[in-house]
Design a protein around this ligand. Structure first.
Ligand code: 5GP
Ligand code: MG
Length: 178
């Protein structure tokens, strides 16, 4: 599996250290607010798990699943596959995502949850690829910026694989250009 990696961008230690910092920021703001954590499956599963064990206050954990596809005419069309089971009316919401890329997924989710009268909505993402942004949305808490390359590890996959790599890396082009 590691042979398929072009380079490691952030090691396990670097990610852990950064997650400690993000958790401190979230704790300062949310410790007495009982927020709803909305994890975006499946990419944010690892990040969410690592984050919530650092959040030592009352919170509700829930998740959504979405799919995005480009059909040639419309790029960035997002579909909800699995909805929340929590009522978020008047609750502060923190969306946990693996990466903000074009931003279409998070724009879609933010608009969806806004329509349910959440008290507030913020976005916490492990990674950000600012060069690729198309939708008008930004992360409020970001782990790291990454270049415009194909990233795997820490929950991010290629074709369902590599999510369990304990670092953030760039996949070799030869793996997906065959
Ligand atoms: P969006 O373009 O809507 O911001 O991002 C949609 C989804 O595409 C992300 O949640 C993530 O699952 C996936 N994605 C975007 N960039 C990458 C990447 O470099 N590597 C992987 N594995 N997934 C990505
Ligand atoms: Mg995703």
């Amino acid at each position: 599996m590691n042979n398929d990696i072009e380079k490691v961008l952030y090691t396990h230690e670097q990610v852990n250290h950064r997650l400690d910092e993000l958790a401190s920021e979230l704790t300062a703001k949310y410790h007495d607010q009982q927020p709803v954590i909305v994890s975006v499956m499946t990419g944010a599963l690892v990040f969410t798990g690592e984050m919530i064990e650092r959040l030592n206050f009352k919170l509700t954990l829930d998740y959504v699943d979405v799919s995005s596809y480009a059909d040639g005419t419309q790029s960035g069309k997002v579909q909800l596959i699995q909805d929340l089971s929590t009522d978020i009316k008047d609750r502060p919401v923190i969306i946990m995502e693996d990466i903000v890329d074009t931003g279409h997924t998070l724009k879609f989710l933010k608009d969806l949850l806004k329509g349910r009268s959440a008290k507030s909505i913020e976005i916490c993402a492990l990674l950000d690829k600012p060069d690729r942004r198309e939708a008008d949305v930004e992360g409020d808490y970001i782990g790291f910026e990454v270049p415009n390359e194909f990233i795997v590890g820490y929950g991010l996959d290629y074709s369902g694989l590599y999510r369990n790599l304990p670092f953030v890396g760039v996949l070799k082009r030869s793996v997906y250009e065959n």
